[in-house]
Design a protein around this ligand. Structure first.
Ligand SMILES: *[C@@H]1O[C@H](CO)[C@@H](O)[C@H](O)[C@H]1NC(C)=O
Ligand SMILES: *[C@@H]1O[C@H](CO)[C@@H](O)[C@H](O)[C@H]1NC(C)=O
Ligand SMILES: *[C@@H]1O[C@H](CO)[C@@H](O)[C@H](O)[C@H]1NC(C)=O
Ligand SMILES: *[C@@H]1O[C@H](CO)[C@@H](O)[C@H](O)[C@H]1NC(C)=O
Ligand SMILES: *[C@@H]1O[C@H](CO)[C@@H](O)[C@H](O)[C@H]1NC(C)=O
Ligand SMILES: *[C@@H]1O[C@H](CO)[C@@H](O)[C@H](O)[C@H]1NC(C)=O
Ligand SMILES: *[C@@H]1O[C@H](CO)[C@@H](O)[C@H](O)[C@H]1NC(C)=O
Ligand SMILES: *[C@@H]1O[C@H](CO)[C@@H](O)[C@H](O)[C@H]1NC(C)=O
Ligand SMILES: *[C@@H]1O[C@H](CO)[C@@H](O)[C@H](O)[C@H]1NC(C)=O
Ligand SMILES: *[C@@H]1O[C@H](CO)[C@@H](O)[C@H](O)[C@H]1NC(C)=O
Ligand SMILES: *[C@@H]1O[C@H](CO)[C@@H](O)[C@H](O)[C@H]1NC(C)=O
Ligand SMILES: *[C@@H]1O[C@H](CO)[C@@H](O)[C@H](O)[C@H]1NC(C)=O
Length: 447
């Protein structure tokens, strides 16, 4: 009897409470009880309904996918007969991919709240099998799907197994070479350990706190991405493009970094070492682990003369090495050839801006020649600078020579593979008129 009244009341409560203010008084004292039971009843009805809806949805999906697959199969054989192989491969990819999504969806829907070892093993096996069969775009979709379902997110741990704690889904050995993950994507905390990602693109993405440890990222592109706290330990990062990136607190322990490109990279509090930075192809406007700016990478060897004239070819007269500067007279000439083949090859820009700068004393008698040569070392451009007009000079120092700063930037020609820098120390009658240069830098900028 009580129960019935409670049910009635709860129904009214749910449907028409604003119209029943008068009933409030008689039911005083029952309110708590009826409300609680009402909710229970509501859920008792709702849950089977939700399950039914989900079941219908899945069944419909099954039917849809089944019908689509049969249709695809028909279309595939049709297309193969028409020898339109490209279309056939496209449809086969589509089928494989939609089956995969359905299978993983089933695992997620029909699993208990926590995933166990079985679900883990099946998911891993399905995933590595599928990734071998798919084209680049669908590989990306698979990774995005696994990320969205939290399976590839660090710290989510939806698998309740000791393996998973270590690896989440272990994609070890999976090949994702050349996959383009770029876009305004949020892939923060993604786990891509021990994966091959050669030539992959991750530009314009948020990859904060991701884990790429032990992966091969050779020649991949991370331009304009957020990479704070990323684990790059023991990764292959050779030739990787880090252009306009936030790499604060990232872990570079054991990473191989030959010809890495560090352009406007913030490496503050990261574990990258000086030895690793010295292997970079470009270092330009980059912040070091201690928060200070790194020296821009200069392509000149021994621009400060500390190693003597080694690397400089004296083609005329005598050049003396004093303190830290080069001194010459009577048209003595020194040349250094800069090989920019690698810079061009790995930056994938046909031309770029180069900047030559140095400190000079006796500028009115110095001449410079900048000679561009092609791959066969044939001269394709000669630029004579007969007048060095510098801006900032230190006229105050009394002990040694005063030096003025001079810099010059220009775009290279597309075919240029070598640049010869020629310094000609002019002729003066006055023996006290010394001509000297130091801190010669040649920087390649990519903006
Ligand atoms: C199969 O081909 C037919 C006719 O070309 C087309 O109408 C149908 O949409 C195709 N089915 C699939 C799943 O692509
Ligand atoms: C998917 O497309 C790629 C590239 O076209 C092809 O190599 C691969 O065989 C296709 N997959 C299937 C299952 O046909
Ligand atoms: C990657 O995809 C983005 C956006 O779809 C595109 O702009 C970019 O050119 C692609 N990059 C490569 C290397 O394919
Ligand atoms: C990106 O995703 C992470 C984890 O899912 C979240 O914490 C973060 O707020 C997201 N960031 C943005 C900009 O959406
Ligand atoms: C990466 O790209 C380079 C140049 O575009 C190409 O020669 C090389 O085969 C690619 N490697 C892989 C594994 O895709
Ligand atoms: C990066 O991952 C390795 C194992 O892959 C682990 O040993 C190391 O502690 C991680 N680094 C950080 C900073 O978490
Ligand atoms: C920052 O680190 C660089 C490279 O290790 C070093 O040369 C420089 O002196 C350091 N600067 C400060 C202020 O510690
Ligand atoms: C690197 O070069 C840029 C542009 O030439 C300049 O603005 C910047 O100050 C240089 N950085 C250092 C540390 O010299
Ligand atoms: C120095 O320059 C001369 C003349 O340009 C050239 O013949 C010679 O091979 C160069 N030597 C070296 C070591 O580059
Ligand atoms: C220095 O070179 C200039 C221009 O090439 C020439 O006119 C002058 O005679 C040369 N002087 C000496 C001492 O070689
Ligand atoms: C210039 O550098 C490239 C790439 O490192 C190398 O193959 C080539 O032999 C170099 N050229 C010379 C003249 O040393
Ligand atoms: C001028 O002197 C200051 C302080 O001694 C020094 O930091 C700066 O690099 C000098 N500039 C030139 C052009 O020598």
């Amino acid at each position: 009897m009580h129960t019935k009244q409670v049910i009635d009341q709860s129904d009214k409560y749910v449907q028409t409470i604003p119209n029943e203010p008068s009933k409030h008084e008689p039911w005083h004292g029952f309110n708590d009880f009826s409300f609680k039971n009402g909710l229970e009843m509501l859920f008792a009805f709702l849950i089977p309904a939700v399950i039914a809806i989900v079941a219908i949805f899945i069944q419909k999906n099954d039917m849809d996918i089944g019908r689509k697959n049969r249709e695809n199969d028909l279309n595939i054989s049709q297309l193969q007969r028409d020898s339109d192989e490209q279309q056939a491969r496209y449809l086969a990819n589509e089928t494989v991919f939609s089956n995969y999504v359905k299978n993983i969806g089933d695992i997620i829907l029909y699993s208990p709240v926590r995933f166990g070892a079985q679900q883990y093993i099946v998911t891993r096996a399905l995933t590595s099998t599928i990734l071998r069969q798919l084209d680049l775009d669908r590989k990306r979709l698979v990774i995005q799907f696994l990320y969205d379902t939290t399976i590839l997110q660090r710290n989510t741990n939806i698998f309740d197994t000791p393996h998973a704690n270590e690896n989440h889904i272990n994609l070890e050995g999976v090949v994702l070479d050349q996959v383009n993950f770029s876009g305004i994507l949020n892939l923060s905390t993604i786990m891509l350990r021990s994966v091959s990602l050669v030539n992959a693109t991750f530009s314009n993405s948020n990859l904060d706190a991701s884990d790429f440890s032990n992966s091969n990222l050779d020649a991949s592109d991370f331009s304009n991405s957020k990479l704070i706290g990323v684990n790059f330990s023991n990764t292959k990062l050779s030739r990787v493009k880090f252009v306009n990136v936030e790499l604060q607190k990232s872990d570079f322990t054991g990473a191989s970094v030959e010809n890495i490109q560090l352009i406007r990279a913030n490496l503050s509090q990261s574990t990258i070492t000086n030895e690793q930075i010295s292997q970079a192809l470009f270092v330009y406007n980059t912040i070091l682990p201690n928060g200070t700016y790194a020296r821009n990478k200069t392509f000149i060897k021994n621009g400060d003369s500390k190693q003597g004239l080694n690397q400089w070819n004296i083609t005329s007269g005598i050049i003396e090495v004093k303190d830290s500067y080069f001194m010459g007279k009577n048209n003595s000439t020194m040349i250094q050839r800069i090989n920019i083949t690698d810079a061009k090859l790995y930056s994938s820009y046909p031309s770029f801006i180069y900047c030559l700068s140095f400190l000079v004393h006796g500028q009115e008698n110095l001449m410079i020649q900048i000679i561009q040569l092609n791959q066969k070392r044939v001269i394709i451009d000669v630029n004579n600078i007969n007048q060095i007009i510098s801006s900032s000079c230190n006229r105050t120092s009394s002990s040694s020579l005063d030096f003025c700063y001079w810099s010059y930037c220009k775009a290279s020609i597309d075919e240029t593979d070598y640049i010869d820098l020629k310094f000609i120390f002019g002729y003066t009658n006055d023996p006290t008129n010394i001509i000297a240069v130091k801190d010669i830098e040649f920087i390649i900028t990519i903006d």
